[in-house]
Ligand binder design. Sequence first.
Ligand SMILES: NC(=O)c1ccc[n+]([C@@H]2O[C@H](COP(=O)([O-])OP(=O)(O)OC[C@H]3O[C@@H](n4cnc5c(N)ncnc54)[C@H](O)[C@@H]3O)[C@@H](O)[C@H]2O)c1
Length: 303
Amino acid sequence: MKKVIILGGNGFIGRNLAKEVAKNGRYIVTSFDWTELDEMYRLPEVIYRKGNFFDINTLDEIACSNDIIVHAICSINPGNSNEKYLFAYKNDLLYTIELCYLCTKYKKRLVFISSGGTVYGYQTRMPIVEDTLSSPINHYGNLKLCSESTLRTFALQQKADIIIARIANVYGPGQDFTKGVGFIDAVIKRGLSKDEISVFGDGENVRDYIYVRDACKMLISLFDYRGQFNTFNLSTGEGKSQNDIIKEVSKHIPGLKTRYIEHRSVDVKEIILDNSRIKGIYHNSILNIEEGIKKYIEYLQGV
Ligand SMILES: NC(=O)c1ccc[n+]([C@@H]2O[C@H](COP(=O)([O-])OP(=O)(O)OC[C@H]3O[C@@H](n4cnc5c(N)ncnc54)[C@H](O)[C@@H]3O)[C@@H](O)[C@H]2O)c1
């Protein structure tokens, strides 16, 4: 069986991915993270390993002893990127390049998790296809694009085996909006605790929201993909505004309290990602927003 290691395996996407890879049954899966996952959340099928991504010797050993390396670590998000960008350019970008170099050296596959929601920047034509010229407007998206670009250069010049997954806005079990990402998570949890929900701008920003399990299963479908593409949007292909989300959640949790605050300069107006490319490989159904929100609320309520 092939060995898969998930860097950032105890995070939101990492934990869900580890669970789905373990369920898939075709891989030996290791979760690598610098935090320790509480015993009660550990899965018996997953190997847990503690370590720091920002360490060359560790990366060398990881690339040497695994077949598929999933890179799901990022030190910044759009909201904090204006404060922390220098740390991320100096560390995340540099060690991502080191990792790519090592994966190339040992002829291993590198799956890099990029951000479909930020890498493209302002675009007028929706849904956005992968070949669109990217022009991110914040440092988080730019960090992703710099990393992507370097990986694609390795693929062209050194025949690096890379997959770039531009995941849309993910939501679902394991998310924690207090870390700064996750509008749906915030609306549902604040709604359940009867707290006020803050919305940046007029609530008309449109995003492509995907249920975390669907995103993880799409990712797994790329593990052994051997086709002409190396860059993929992982999305539903449907756009919803924050006001649409509030309306949908309020069908299950009435009486939501909302407050509209100043628009953030890091947010673009609209992102809807074309998913034809991944749908050519991944043939399972994808939850729409109504199904996903219902499922996530039921999960949180233990239904
Ligand atoms: N959440 C989203 O909506 C979304 C959408 C698109 C792309 N992404 C990307 O997917 C990836 C995972 O996102 P997430 O939401 O699961 O983030 P997360 O913060 O929940 O998880 C990241 C994990 O990485 C670990 N980590 C951070 N620095 C580390 C280091 N130096 N060494 C070892 N472990 C380290 C953290 O402890 C954490 O468990 C990121 O690259 C993110 O940019 C996220």
